[in-house]
Design a protein around this ligand. Sequence first.
Ligand code: NDP
Length: 263
Amino acid sequence: MFPVAVVTGATRGIGRAIVQNLSAHGISCVAIGSSLESVMRLRSDLKFTSPHQMHRTLAIDLCNWPQWTECKRFPGLSFSSDGLMKQGEYPIFDSGSKYYIDLLVNCAGRTQTSLGLKTSPTQMKELMNLNFLSCVSLINLSTRHMIRTVHRNASTTTPCIISISSILENVAIPGTTIYSASKAALSQYTKVLAQETATWGIRAVALPLGLVRETDMIQDLDTSIVDALKNLPSQTPKQVADTVWSIYHREGTDRAKLHENFP
Ligand code: NDP
C-alpha cells in the first residue's frame, strides 16, 4: 500500500511548493487547482522518486460549494512513473486501490480586497466556500478514507490533516474581515476535529502563517495590509513546505504504538 497526499491550492505559491516537496519525498499527490488550465501548469512540479508513485491533478472550483461535493469525478490529468500522462475525469479518492490517503493539506485560499462594509454577499459566499466550507467537506471525505485505512492497518504512519491558516485569525487588520473570519473558523474546526479523530490516530493540525512572500496572494493585497503585516514573522513557500513535511513525516506516530493506545 502506498501513501497519497491530497493538496488543494497546488497550482501556485505555497501549495505548489508543498506538492514539489512531497513528490520529491516519494509521496503520490492529488494536486487540486481551480481550472484545467491552471492544473496543466503543474506537470514539471510533480517529481518521481519512487517506482510506485503516481500523481493526479484535478480541476475543482472550490468556490462552487456545495455543488462540487455532489460530483464523483473531475477533469484532470494522471501521471505515472513511466512517463505516461492521460487526460480524463478522475475521482479525488480511489477506494479499493493499493494507494491510500495519508495526508490532506487544505491550502487553497483567496484574500479579500475590500473593507467589510463594501464586501458583497457574492464575495462573502465565495470566500467562505473556498477558505472554510470546501475545506470542511474535504476533511470529512478524507477522514472517512483514513479511518478505513486505519482499520485495515494498511499504513505505517498516522494519517494527517493540515489546514493552512493565517495569523490574521488573531490580528485585526482593516480590510481582512471575512478572510480572517474564514481562517479563524478553519483553525477552530481543525482543532476540535483533532480531538474527535484522535480515537483513530488521525492527526489534525492548523498551521497559521505570517507573511509568505513571493506568492500571487501578496501581489493582490492592498499595500496598507502588507505594511501592517511587515513586522510579523515571514517565511518563504519552501519553508512552509518543509514545515508541512516535518509535521507529516517526523511527528508521525508509529502505527504499532498507536494500536497500543487505541486497541
Ligand atoms: P496563491 O494566490 O499564490 O495561490 C492560491 C491557490 O489557491 C492557487 O493554487 C489557486 O488555484 C487556488 N484557488 C484559488 N481559488 C480557487 C478556487 N475557486 N478553487 C480551487 N482552488 C482555488 O496563494 P498563497 O500560496 O499565497 O496562499 C496559500 C494559502 O496560504 C491560502 O490559504 C492563504 O490564505 C494562506 N496564507 C497565505 C499567506 C501569504 O502571505 N501568502 C499568509 C497566511 C496564509 P488556481 O491557480 O487554479 O487559481
